[in-house]
Design a protein. Structure first.
Length: 390
């Protein structure tokens, strides 16, 4: 496949990533607000988030194996259809128990989307433009994360949650049509793997990369599963919560646009800066109240996470063969699932027992764990093929 055709396919892929991420991301972000209207406690919010992320973790690993064994474009089509059906089912959800079950199902098909989308991006992209391609992949989904919650909050305020879920499902059905017409028939993406097993030897050098991500994903889990509900508890409306999430994700997207510069500046320096920003964000979130009180910590979180996410993903993608891309991306997303399970589950319990301020204080220390892990990840002996890590 020539480079011009690859770039054309990538552009189509980015459109579907935007649509899928808008639907899945907005649903995930605003579910805690929906849960709070059903009477959920902090513990309930944590359990709901944890259930979704357990499912996410398990499926990421299985999905990675499938993508290394079967045709990737066809699987992406199937996964998008399943995700669209899942969001449609939220229209009929009315109790905490039903919501917990549906959050697990959402975790399943969110996992298949993220693993397949990142794998396809890395697979199609020419090697010399991989950093740029992964940056645009991140920009595509974060744009959906940015516009979705703001518009979603407005839809909730004007028409209610059922209208929100119908709107989000329609985005995935539109993506399904684009994949079927413009993407699926134009490319066959099949690897040489016959067994679908993970090549641990090829991934062994990436283990510290995954370990470095883990503390960050604990914070991310709280941000996605508990903070929106916490903001609702302290009196912010759904439209203001949507605005704050949009602002945060907009900042993350702005950082994604400069991933090449962060990689050039140095992976170690970038990760260290991200860790400090995340710690500062959680420190300020301890006593946050009102729109202004939450704006600064969420802005700092947006900057920190906007550096952390694409820099580590770029580090992993450049050190993985095409034959092992599905497994590497599956394990990458699996780490997110583990952290986003542990964070909400224990964070919700701590917030109920000792208060939300204690939960955020503990996350300051968790954020700073990234510093030593990032140093080890970028040590010369760990990265013989590294590009500008120091």
């Amino acid at each position: 496949m020539d480079e011009e055709k690859k770039q054309s396919l990538l552009r189509i892929l980015y459109v579907t990533i935007f649509l899928n991420a808008t639907g899945l991301g907005t649903c995930t972000f605003l579910l805690p607000v929906f849960a709070e209207t059903l009477g959920a406690s902090y513990t309930d919010l944590g359990v709901i988030g944890a259930v979704g992320n357990v499912a996410y973790t398990v499926i990421t690993l299985a999905c990675g194996l499938l993508l290394d064994k079967y045709e990737r474009g066809r699987l992406y089509l199937i996964f998008t259809f399943a995700a669209a059906l899942t969001i449609t089912l939220f229209v009929f959800t009315s109790t905490i128990q039903q919501l917990t079950l549906m959050r697990g199902l959402l975790g399943v098909f969110s996992a298949t989307f993220w693993v397949s989308a990142s794998t396809l991006t890395a697979d199609i992209s020419p090697k010399r433009t991989l950093t740029q391609s992964m940056g645009r992949y991140n920009l595509a989904w974060i744009t959906g994360f940015t516009v979705g919650p703001l518009i979603g909050g407005m839809i909730i305020k004007a028409y209610g949650f059922q209208a929100l879920f119908k709107s989000l499902a329609s985005l995935l059905y539109l993506s399904l049509i684009v994949i079927a017409i413009r993407f699926r028939g134009r490319v066959e993406l099949r690897t040489e793997s016959k067994t679908g097993s993970i090549d641990l030897g090829s991934l062994r050098n990436l283990l510290l990369s995954y370990a470095t991500l883990l503390p960050f994903t604990l914070v991310l889990g709280i941000y996605m599963a508990i903070m929106p509900g916490h903001m609702s508890v302290v009196g912010l409306s759904s439209s203001l919560i949507g605005f704050l999430i949009t602002m945060t994700n907009g900042v993350r997207g702005l950082m994604f646009m400069y991933v090449g510069r962060f990689v050039g500046w140095g992976t170690r320096k970038s990760i260290s800066a991200a860790a400090v920003l995340l710690a500062a964000s959680m420190f300020l979130a301890r006593m946050a109240a009102g729109l202004v009180g939450f704006a600064l910590p969420l802005f700092l979180y947006g900057v920190g996470s906007g550096i952390m996410t694409p820099v580590v993903l770029d580090f992993i993608a450049k050190r993985t063969s095409k034959e092992a891309l599905g497994s590497a991306m599956g394990l990458h997303e699996g780490v997110y699932g583990v952290g986003m399970f542990i964070g909400p589950f224990f964070g919700g319990l701590i917030a109920d027992l000792y208060g939300a301020s204690t939960m955020y204080a503990l996350l300051v220390g968790v954020s700073l764990l990234v510093l030593p892990l990032g140093y080890l990840m970028t040590a010369p002996a760990r990265s013989s093929q590294r590009t500008s890590t120091l």
